[in-house]
Structure formats: structure tokens, C-alpha cells
Design a protein around this ligand. Structure first.
Ligand code: 4AD
Ligand code: MG
Length: 452
């Protein structure tokens, strides 16, 4: 017999064929003469209905057990599915005691409940949909960059720089008996990367358009709905830029193309979220896609916030950092659509941000993309490509030595360039309307939690 995935069996191309399907039982309904099973193997949200004579019933056929079913694929007489498998043989590969298994057939478990079982939650419909969407969105982002002439760079995970200078680093040291004497393996302090930006800047100096998509690490203290200690970031760097618009175009283009791709290719899985997890979110996503994302300056944002009737926990004055509450307000103010905020106070931005040489309100050519439900999704800037300005700024903070290689990039064929980073997990939160970032990543890591 032919071995088929559930999605292949459901496609209807093998009607009348003898097939074998393997998967996990999602429901069992014994009736007088027949036994009905639903079998799911992760290939789609849909499970395959299996119909068997009651003589094939076996007490170990329970919710969660692993089975191998052989039989003939038939057109289903029932409305609910086009295809069903008429079983000739059902083999229980792995039992699952329903009393101990944390998920129950009838219950629709909340994302919060299933989060307690990071090793088992992929067996639920919601989380398996999430993981299929996550995989498709990853593919969509890679295709966007490929279609737009970007070269993918594998930037390092272990690095000796603190790109953002925010002091949220995890230090890397060897462990184990062979290394007891070896306190300084790399001869310099080494860390898990907080951003691949500086390495991308190296590469943009030869390839013009580069990107990287990988894990990044931050020792965040906040127990927030949008921060993880390990998250995935998409970063791009573009050479020969003229203005921030060269970056916002890529940010918006990638956001739109990945969102459209996911809505089209994972329609059923996305529906599960839009119908059952955050009803009404579909409308928000459709509205986001309708018009170009507005652009406001940081100064305009401060004016908007200052003239609002809302009372914020953190008061706003020119020069302050935008807090989540401010970001959410700005998104709403702009019509619940993604909005770019540009030209932040120079002193708020890391050393690499390009000086706008303005004043008295001194700004840098930086841009954030704020989105509904999440707030900050992307952060980017033009980079200071002028050697004198950059070395003066590094010298002022005593980092000229550390970044001598970075200054070299400005010595040998420096060009105006810039880039941005998009928080991939936050992107999924935004498209699906998921409140907590821990529910969009397979194995969330955050302070006091690294269970497996
Ligand atoms: O704004 P950030 O810190 O920007 C950078 O790291 C730049 N060096 C990127 C670049 O220009 N190449 O981080 C970028 C994005 C944020 O906008 C946010 O969406 C996400 O990464 N992010 C986090 N996501 C989850 N958990 C965290 N702890 C995050 N910190 C940042
Ligand atoms: Mg940022």
C-alpha cells in the first residue's frame, strides 16, 4: 500500500487506493456498528476521518495515541469531509493514557493553559497551526529577500560586540572538567549576539544588499508580553542609501509580502486564530493591508501625545523614550495601522546612528515601525558613514579601540548605508493577534524559565 500524509489523503487524488496513514488520534467515537477516528499528522489542520468496523476497536485507541491505519480511501458520504479512510487494520504504535495526558478531547484549551506543556503543546490544533504559519512566514521572508536581490549572510551567534550598547548581554564561557583552567576561552569576553547588524554592515560594504534571519539574545528583565530572552530577528542592510525612505520601503515591502503570503498559504491555520483566539482581528489585518503606512517624525509623535486627553503612566516630553503605552496610542491615533516614526533624539540612539546635524532638537536618522497590538516591530537607522563624526562619537564613550575594525569600514570605501531589524516573533503576534509572545515561539526562553 501507498504511504500518505493526511494532507495528501485529503486532497482526494488517491480515491480508491489502498493506503497507509500514520499519525496521532484527535478524536474517537465508538458507535454500535462503526468506530470513527480522527487522525492528524501535522501536515494540515484537518484530521483524516477513519471509519472502521467496531471489531477493530481497541481500548488503547485513545485521544493522543499514535496509530498506523491501513485501508481504502473513499469519497465520504458525510458533509464534513470529502474523503475518509475505510480501515482494514489499525495498529496502535504508541499508547497515551487519557487520564494523564494534559489535553482532553472536548476541551478547547487556552494558549495560557497549553503553555505549561512546552513538550506537548504541538499536539494541540492551535499550536500546530501556529508552527505551520511560523514555518511559512519564514519561507516568505526568505523569498522576499531573494526576489529583491539581497544576499543571505550567516552572522555569528557568538560575538565580542554589544551592538546596541544596552548591556543586556549573555556571556559565553566554556564548561566541563576540561575547561576548569580555561577561564578565558576566546581571550576576550564573548557574548550571545543581540543583533547581527555590525556584521551585516561589514557585508553590505561588498554586496550592497544583505540580510540575516536568526536567533538573537537579550538578558531582558521585563516579564512582558513582547520580550523574550531568545527571539528571532530579521535584519537587512542596504548600501548607497539616499534617505530613510530607502529603508522604510524595504520594511513595508517585506511586511506586506510576508503577511499576504501567510494569509494566502495558511488560510485555514490563520482562520483558527482570527476566529477563535482573537475574534475580530481579521478586520484589523485587512485594514492594515489597505493603505500605505503613514510616516511621522518623533517630534510630531511627541506633539500628538502631548495633545491627547489620555493620561500616560510615563509623561512625555521631547527627548523621552517612547514607552509601549505611547506606541499603542500612536498606532490608534493613526487609524490602527502600522506607522513609521522617524528622526529620534540623537542621544537616545546607539553610536552607529547617523547624525542629522540639526538642532536645537538634535536628531538621528533612525526609524521604528509601530504596529497594532504590539507596538515596536522594527527598529532601524541610517548608519554614520562619516569617519570624523563616527570616531568622535566612539571616542567620547571610550570605544574607539574596541571598534577600530568598524571605523575601518569608514576608511576603505565608505558609502551611505542603513538597515533595520524586525522582531519575527512580534510579527507573528501582530498578524495573528496573539497577546503573549510566549505563544508564538516553539520553546520560549525568558527570565526564570528554560524548562527544556
Ligand atoms: O530595535 P532593536 O533593538 O534594533 C536592533 O537591534 C538593531 N541593531 C537592528 C538593526 O538595525 N539591524 O531590535 C529590533 C527589533 C525590535 O523592534 C523588536 O521587534 C525586536 O527586535 N526585539 C525583541 N523581540 C522579542 N524579544 C525581545 N527581547 C526583543 N528585543 C527586540
Ligand atoms: Mg528598538
Amino acid at each position: 500500500e501507498k504511504r500518505l500524509r493526511v494532507s495528501e489523503a485529503l486532497s482526494g487524488t488517491d480515491l480508491g487506493t489502498n493506503v497507509k496513514v500514520q499519525g496521532w488520534v484527535r478524536s474517537v467515537r465508538p458507535q454500535k456498528t462503526n468506530l470513527f477516528l480522527h487522525v492528524n499528522d501535522g501536515s494540515s489542520l484537518q484530521s483524516l476521518q477513519v471509519v472502521a468496523g467496531s471489531e477493530l476497536n481497541d481500548p488503547s485507541l485513545t485521544f493522543g495515541s499514535a496509530v498506523e491505519v491501513t485501508g481504502i480511501l473513499k469519497k465520504s458520504p458525510r458533509q464534513t469531509q470529502p474523503v475518509e479512510l475505510e480501515a482494514e487494520q489499525i495498529h496502535v504504535v504508541g499508547k497515551c493514557n487519557p487520564l494523564d495526558f494534559p489535553f482532553k478531547i472536548k476541551d478547547r484549551h487556552s494558549l495560557e493553559y497549553i503553555r505549561q506543556f512546552p513538550h506537548l503543546r504541538c499536539r494541540t490544533n492551535a499550536f500546530s497551526s501556529l508552527l505551520r504559519i511560523r514555518s511559512e512566514a519564514t519561507a516568505a521572508i526568505h523569498s522576499y529577500f531573494k526576489e529583491n536581490g539581497f544576499l543571505q549572510i550567516h552572522t555569528p551567534i557568538i560575538t565580542s560586540n554589544d551592538c546596541e550598547g544596552a548591556g543586556e548581554l549573555f556571556q559565553v564561557e566554556p564548561s566541563g572538567p576540561e575547561h576548569e583552567e580555561d577561564e578565558n576561552y576566546f581571550s576576550v569576553p564573548a557574548f550571545l549576539t543581540v543583533s547581527g547588524q555590525l556584521h551585516l554592515e561589514v557585508m553590505s560594504g561588498a554586496f550592497s544588499r544583505v540580510y540575516t534571519f536568526g536567533p538573537t539574545f537579550r538578558a531582558e528583565n521585563s516579564q512582558s508580553r513582547r520580550h523574550l530572552a531568545e527571539f528571532y530577528m530579521v535584519e537587512a542592510e542596504v548600501s548607497f542609501t539616499q534617505s530613510l525612505e530607502d529603508l522604510t520601503k524595504v520594511m513595508e515591502g517585506m511586511f506586506r509580502s510576508a503577511t499576504e503570503h501567510v494569509l494566502a498559504r495558511c488560510a485555514e491555520d490563520v482562520d483558527l486564530f482570527h476566529k477563535h483566539v482573537t475574534p475580530g482581528h481579521r478586520g484589523t489585518v485587512e485594514a492594515m493591508m489597505k493603505r500605505r503606512f503613514p510616516v511621522i517624525t518623533y517630534s510630531e509623535a511627541i506633539d500628538i501625545l502631548n495633545s491627547s486627553s489620555e493620561t500616560f503612566v510615563f509623561p512625555t516630553t521631547w527627548g523621552c523614550d517612547l514607552q509601549t503605552e505611547h506606541e499603542k496610542y500612536l498606532v490608534k491615533h493613526c487609524g490602527n495601522t502600522p506607522v513609521f516614526v522617524t528622526d529620534y533624539p540623537y542621544d537616545l540612539k546607539p553610536f552607529y546612528a547617523r547624525d542629522n546635524l540639526d538642532g536645537p532638537k538634535h536628531t538621528a536618522a533612525a526609524v521604528d515601525l509601530l504596529v497594532p497590538g504590539v507596538g515596536e516591530l522594527c527598529g532601524g537607522s541610517l548608519r554614520e558613514e562619516r569617519l570624523d563624526l563616527l570616531s568622535a562619537r566612539l571616542e567620547a564613550v571610550g570605544l574607539e579601540e574596541t571598534y577600530s575594525w568598524y571605523l575601518d569600514l569608514r576608511r576603505f570605501g565608505s558609502v551611505p548605508h542603513g538597515g533595520f531589524g524586525l522582531g519575527f516573533d512580534r510579527f507573528l503576534q501582530c498578524v495573528l493577534g496573539v497577546d503573549n509572545i510566549k505563544d508564538v515561539i516553539p520553546f520560549p526562553r525568558f527570565s526564570h524559565s528554560c524548562p527544556l
